[in-house]
Design a protein around this ligand. Sequence first.
Ligand SMILES: NC(=O)c1ccc[n+]([C@@H]2O[C@H](COP(=O)([O-])OP(=O)(O)OC[C@H]3O[C@@H](n4cnc5c(N)ncnc54)[C@H](OP(=O)(O)O)[C@@H]3O)[C@@H](O)[C@H]2O)c1
Length: 339
Amino acid sequence: MATMAIPMETTKTMRAVVRRRWGRPHDVVELDEVARPTPKDDEVLVRVRASSVNRADYYALGGVAVLMRPMIGGFLRPKDEHVGGDFAGIAEAVGKDVTDVQPGDEVYGVRTGAFAQYVSAKLAVARKPANVSFEEAAAVPTAGLTALEAVRDHGRLQPGQRVLVNGASGGVGSFAVQLAKALDAGHVTAVCSARNVERARSLGADAVLDYAQEDYTRSGEHYDLIVDVAGSHSWRQNLRVLERGGTLVLAGLPSGNHFTGPLGRLGQLWLTSRIGRGRRLVFFVCKPNRANLATLRDLIEDGKVRPPVDRVYPLTEIAAALDAMGEGHTQGKLVVRID
Ligand SMILES: NC(=O)c1ccc[n+]([C@@H]2O[C@H](COP(=O)([O-])OP(=O)(O)OC[C@H]3O[C@@H](n4cnc5c(N)ncnc54)[C@H](OP(=O)(O)O)[C@@H]3O)[C@@H](O)[C@H]2O)c1
């Protein structure tokens, strides 16, 4: 049977960042012309104005943490060439089953392939906070949703409790400090390096520890909830400062070695945490959704949380932004502007 070729002029295309093999940012990411996504009935086609970089985007390149490649998808080469997750932009078209977003709405959310001019989002897309720019809104989704789950859901924070955030100056940590205060923690201690002490105070921390000078597990203080983004201490060390009934929510881990990446450390912590002495260790993978995006939007519009933008890169400098994320000392969020 004869097949008919689609004329080039009817195929809509867009500029997008892709990677077609595993490797480090500068070796594998390229800006290419690819097919524009078509929204399904339950999807929103978004014209992306800004995106932001997360550690997951760096790991997804597969240049480090080789063992994670099959989890990302593909072994010899990635199955999906698209990269990026967070987006903020304008809804261009809306599937017939979508009721809460209209074409023309300013939206934000999470969908693989967000380092592109268009993304078709399904589960995690919601109206963006009205009082912030696209660049600020793009800084929110993954880091904010992770911090919200860590503090509210897995940490089960109760008003008046004492909280410590280890790794308080990066994307997730900056949101965790603000969210703990917004959800009525009694006292929040932020752990970060010396250059970030003032930053952590401005996010609302009641006390700040410089991790190069002071080991929080030797501070003599006790906490109901530790949100750990850095994964720098063992379970036994954390037990010294966790109240009975308290929880360590492990959101992040050190990058680890080239082969296992963060997985080696995760296995070690999980095994040792079997001995909990009345304390819990929770590790989780964030599940982005509309309801939590709406909660973050309300908190931002109420002025209780502000997006912590560190630096804005043009899309053409995406490799530099990913390299900076891989170094692990970001202050707040790295945003990518998509013109
Ligand atoms: N579970 C999930 O679903 C989920 C979702 C998102 C992210 N994550 C994970 O969460 C982690 C953080 O992500 P992120 O986006 O916030 O990364 P990030 O922006 O790079 O922040 C990491 C922060 O950790 C700090 N840090 C480094 N070594 C430290 C130490 N020894 N003690 C205390 N703080 C230290 C750094 O601050 P200094 O510059 O001051 O050292 C940096 O600000 C990553 O491991 C990521 O994979 C997990």
